[in-house]
Structure formats: structure tokens, C-alpha cells
Ligand binder design. Structure first.
Ligand code: OXD
Ligand code: MN
Length: 589
């Protein structure tokens, strides 16, 4: 047995005092026994085996339904290392504060030891974690989201290099809920939550917050990005990574089904990942990316046969649903936006009777599923999974896309002039907030590279790292910004989105291959109106023109907002970015 793992388990057990310790070996027998146990206690509900084989439903506590950014901390010796965009706690003080909360928190419970690998076992990109948890739900989710079990321990050998994750549901007390990261110790402590984003420590905690820190030290990048492959009619596949804030359509873009016009020509989209990309410079000087996960932790509401048939298909077996509606008539699940037939005899996400027809005291419909309800589905279920998904070397990136929800400012698509400008474009990303994190929805917030809640160190240093990565590569991906969410005066989305986004990807790839020209603008290169293919689309050229307009006054205000935001970073703001902002302001004059 690896003595570092043994020591970690021993110390954690001394603190949390479980009745029993169970090592997760990754076998189907063990997981089946755990599912049965969780069904017996009501922690999960087995769904209709014929309609949804191997699927389960779980409801979290009503006070525990999203990531809690205000209770998420980077705990380092120096505050400067966490930077102005993270909540910081001094490392020693954080442990001191947390120890009494963890003390005895697993009394009467079992501690599960989950060895897991982020990335395919044996890939040079991959990293190992051990998560200790008192939740079977966490074990079952980790078994879908990561590679787990004895084979991971074998790969670890006698090395002490693994991320130490300790999770306890404790009492699900929101006042004592903490998600604390100790990048200097490769450690994450999460307590008093049972919601996936706070407790599946391989995901946001390790694969983004800790990994971004490791990536800076080791010369690679951990990013909040989907990865897709776009197959052209000649069989060539181009790879694109895209960063959008939570619940802005990463899963939908990653699994896009091209419009008929493109399918007929032989275009296809393959999914490599929908949330996280680890990126390194390969031997040939290009950027290579892997998806370190093994499953999707997707937002359920709005997922349907039209918006994302591939995601829906991914959830038809061996999936765990969290906080959706339980249809009692056929023991299946439902959520808002699945179809127009809400079940008549159901239980809502809070566990109350629900019939699809209920109104609150103000006459508004009572939602059956929580807006941030989720499915945890094996990536292997995805009908458009990329044949390169398990490739230990990753896939070479041709383009990086940034984007967010902006009702007015950003055009449908534009291209950065070069790498430094692209880093600027990523750094000024902003988006209207969604239900993926607790707090107000619909407020514009700056979310550089969609990493605001996930960057494990000083964001000024993070920008510098991005610029530095540009110096390491010989052939850099081109950088673009997209916005599917521009609205008209009535607040309706102008661009149809979903599969039609293929038309924008098409332009992006054509730009990468030097096949089309672009128009210079104050913010970057815009498509010529005729170069966005609208064949078969019920949109006029004028509408495309409107989607591509850059309004100087709006952007002048935007530049003021950026300047304000940049002030946060003080001397840590790379001068290249300051210069980029000056250039933008001059261009707008
Ligand atoms: C997620 C998120 O769950 O970004 O992926 O919140
Ligand atoms: Mn995410």
C-alpha cells in the first residue's frame, strides 16, 4: 500500500471519526452494492429499468443546489497568491477553522476512499486524486465523472503526488459550508454540502482550481473549456476549444448537430469534452488538449430532442439525475424544457407533490425541476463521442473561442488580431449570470476566460501565464469571441443558436485555413456579411449585418468597465493587456 495514501486516510479518519472505511476498488459489484444501499436508505431512487436502465434520481437538500462561490476559498500563505478575484484565507488559519467542523463529522457513517484519475490512465496529461467522502452519492458520481479504483492506485505506485480531497456532508449546514483549496498542499477540503459542483472534488476543485495552479508552475493550462472536433467533407478533423461561463451552452456546442445543409455535405461534430480542457504544447509546437473527465455533469432544464439530442441520448442509461421532477406514473424523470407534457402525477425537486399545473401566490408557474438540476452521464453514452477522446496525447487545437451571454455589446463573432489581443479578448469576457452559482441571475459580471470562479491563483498572474504560453508554442490556435445571445428590442434572441452555430464554426475554420477575408473593426476582425452562410436559414442579410455591428458608444462604455475591472489587478496586470486596452480606446475614437 502507498504509504502517503495510507497516511492521508489515517489522519483524515482520526479527524472525522467514521465507523468504517471502505476502499473503492472500481468493480461493478462494489458499485452495485452501494447503489442498493443508497436505494434502501432513500438517498437515491431507482428509476424505470426498461425506460431508463441503470438510472437513479437524487434530491439534494433545498439549501444546497449550486456552487457556493462566496464560501469557496483559496487558502495560501500569502493573500497575494490568491489574488483579488478569489476569497482568501490564510492556510494555517483555514485548517484551524475547518478542523472543528470536520471533527467527528463522519461518526456513525462510512468513509469511502476513492482513488481517481483525471485524464486517461497512463496519459502524460493525467493526474491522480484521492477523495475521501461520507457520501455514496459522491462515490457513484465520481465513478461516472472520473476513472476510479485499484487501477488508479497501481498507476500511482509509491508516489506521494496526488490531490488530497476530503469531503464530508456533515450536517449540510449552510452557515458552516466551506469549499477550501490549499494549492500549496495539493489539498481540497469541502464540508457541509452535497451538491456536485461543491463535492465532486475531481471537477472544479482539482481539474480547474488546483490544476490551474499546477499548470502555471509546470507550464501548461487548465481551462473551463469544451473541446470539439469538426470533421470536414474531405475527412479532415479540426479541433476547437471554447470557454463559456457556466450554463451558457458549452454542452450544447460540444454536441452540436450541424444543419441539414452541412450534414448533406459530410460535415460532422465530435465531442471530446464539455467543460474542462487541459492544454499542453506538444512536440510539434502546437497546443494539444485533453478532457480530463469521463462523464458529463450537465444542466438538465432546456435539454431536449431539439436543443441537444446527443446530450439527451447520453442520459438514457447509467445516469444519475439530481433535483429533477420524478414522474410517478412511469417512474421516470422530467424537467422544464424537456417537452410540453409535464407529468400529472409527480414529485418536484423539493420532494413535494407536483402536477405541472401549479402556481405560486403571484400566479407564476411553480417549477418542478430546479433550474440548476443536473444529469451525471457517462461520456461513453454520447452518440457523437470523438474517437480521439481517449487519445493519451490529446487533440491539436486550431482555434480557441471565448463567449458569454451579452444581450447587446458583443457581435455574433469576431477574431482576435494575434495571441496577445486574443488574451485581451478572453480577459474582458463578461456574461449575464445564470443559476449555476447561487446568487442573482441575469447580472452582467466580468468572467475572464470563464475562469472567474475557477482560477486557483492571482488572475493577473493567470493572464501573464496565458501570454507566456503564447511564447512557448510554434503554431498557435487563432482566438475568437462569439455571442449567441444578442437580443432585439423585445428581448428575443436574434440568432437561432444551437445547431445553427455550425455556421459560425464554419467561418472560424475558414479563417484558420486562410480561406476567407475579414473586415477590421475597433474590436478585431469581423466576418464579411456574405461569409456567414445563411442558406436554408430564415434570416435576412440585414439581420446578420445587425448581429455583426459594433456600436462605438456601447464599446466606449465597455472599455470604461474593462478599465475599472483591470484596476483590481494592480501591478500584476501585464502591460501587454494595458496596451491592448489603450489600443481599443484609440480605435473607438
Ligand atoms: C459546471 C459549472 O457545473 O460550471 O460545470 O458550474
Ligand atoms: Mn463548468
Amino acid at each position: 500500500m502507498n504509504r502517503f495514501v495510507e497516511q492521508f486516510v489515517k489522519e483524515s479518519a482520526e479527524l472525522t471519526k467514521p465507523d468504517k472505511i471502505v476502499w473503492i476498488d472500481g468493480s461493478e459489484e462494489q458499485l452495485a452494492a452501494l447503489r442498493k444501499e443508497a436505494c434502501d436508505t432513500g438517498e437515491i431512487i431507482k428509476l424505470n429499468e426498461e425506460l431508463l436502465p441503470g438510472c437513479y434520481l437524487h434530491r439534494t437538500a433545498v439549501n444546497d443546489v449550486a456552487r457556493v462561490e462566496h464560501r469557496t476559498f483559496i487558502c495560501t500563505d500569502k493573500e497575494e497568491d490568491a489574488g483579488p478575484t478569489n476569497n482568501w484565507m490564510e492556510r494555517k488559519k483555514a485548517y484551524e477553522m475547518l478542523r472543528p467542523i470536520f471533527d467527528g463529522s463522519m461518526k456513525g457513517r462510512t468513509m469511502y476512499v476513492i482513488p481517481y484519475s483525471m485524464g486517461a490512465i497512463g496519459s502524460p496529461f493525467s493526474k491522480i486524486g484521492i477523495e475521501l467522502t461520507d457520501s455514496i452519492y459522491v462515490v457513484l458520481n465520481m465513478a461516472i465523472m472520473t476513472r476510479i479504483g485499484n487501477k488508479v492506485l497501481e498507476t500511482l505506485g509509491d508516489s506521494g503526488e496526488f490531490v488530497r480531497g476530503l469531503h464530508s456532508k456533515a450536517d449540510i449546514d449552510e452557515e458552516k459550508r466551506y469549499i477550501c483549496h490549499f494549492p500549496e498542499d495539493n489539498t481540497i477540503w469541502s464540508v457541509n454540502s452535497g451538491y456536485g459542483g461543491n463535492v465532486l472534488l475531481g471537477k472544479k476543485g482539482f481539474a480547474l482550481r488546483i490544476a490551474s495552479w499546477q499548470g502555471r508552475n509546470e507550464g501548461w493550462m487548465a481551462e473551463h473549456m469544451l473541446i470539439l472536433g469538426l470533421k470536414k467533407p474531405n475527412g479532415e478533423v479540426k479541433y476547437i476549444a471554447a470557454a463559456f461561463p457556466s450554463a451558457c451552452g458549452k454542452t450544447n456546442l460540444a454536441m452540436l448537430i450541424p444543419p441539414k445543409e452541412y450534414l448533406d455535405q459530410g460535415y460532422e461534430i465530435f465531442t471530446v469534452g464539455d467543460d474542462i480542457a487541459w492544454i499542453r504544447v506538444g512536440k510539434d509546437g502546437r497546443f494539444y488538449a485533453i478532457n480530463p473527465e469521463n462523464g458529463f455533469f450537465g444542466v438538465a432544464p432546456g435539454t431536449n430532442l431539439k436543443s441537444n439530442p446527443n446530450a439527451l441520448a447520453s442520459t438514457r442509461k447509467n445516469t444519475i439525475f439530481t433535483n429533477v421532477v420524478h414522474n410517478l406514473d412511469n417512474n421516470t424523470v422530467w424537467w422544464e424544457g424537456l417537452d410540453k407534457n409535464p407529468p400529472k402525477n409527480a414529485i418536484d425537486w423539493k420532494g413535494n407533490p407536483w402536477n405541472g399545473d401549479m402556481k405560486d401566490e403571484n400566479g407564476n408557474p411553480v417549477k418542478g425541476a430546479h433550474p440548476n438540476s443536473r444529469f451525471t452521464a457517462p461520456i461513453a453514452n454520447c452518440p457523437c463521442i470523438s474517437p480521439e477522446f481517449e487519445n493519451p496525447e490529446g487533440v491539436p487545437l486550431d482555434a480557441i473561442i471565448f463567449g458569454g451571454r451579452r444581450a447587446k455589446t458583443a457581435p455574433l463573432v469576431y477574431e482576435a488580431r494575434d495571441w496577445a489581443h486574443g488574451v485581451f479578448v478572453g480577459s474582458i469576457m463578461a456574461s449575464e449570470t445564470t443559476a449555476a452559482a447561487s446568487g442573482a441571475v441575469g447580472v452582467v459580471r466580468r468572467d475572464p476566460m470563464a475562469m472567474l470562479p475557477f482560477c486557483g491563483y492571482h488572475m493577473g498572474d493567470y493572464f501573464a501565464h496565458w501570454l507566456e504560453m503564447g511564447n512557448k508554442a510554434e503554431k498557435l490556435p487563432k482566438i475568437f469571441n462569439v455571442n449567441w445571445f444578442r437580443t432585439d428590442d423585445n428581448g428575443n434572441f436574434i440568432w437561432p443558436g444551437f445547431g445553427e452555430n455550425m455556421r459560425v464554426l464554419d467561418w472560424i475554420i475558414k479563417r484558420c485555413e486562410g480561406e476567407v477575408d475579414a473586415v477590421d473593426s475597433p474590436i478585431g476582425y469581423l466576418p464579411k456579411v456574405d461569409d456567414i452562410n445563411i442558406n436554408g436559414l430564415d434570416l435576412s442579410k440585414e439581420t446578420i449585418e445587425e448581429l455583426l455591428t459594433v456600436d462605438n458608444d456601447t464599446w466606449a462604455k465597455e472599455a470604461e468597465g474593462i478599465e475599472e475591472f483591470y484596476k483590481k489587478f494592480g501591478d500584476k496586470l501585464p502591460k501587454e493587456l494595458k496596451n491592448q486596452l489603450e489600443t481599443l480606446k484609440n480605435n473607438l475614437k
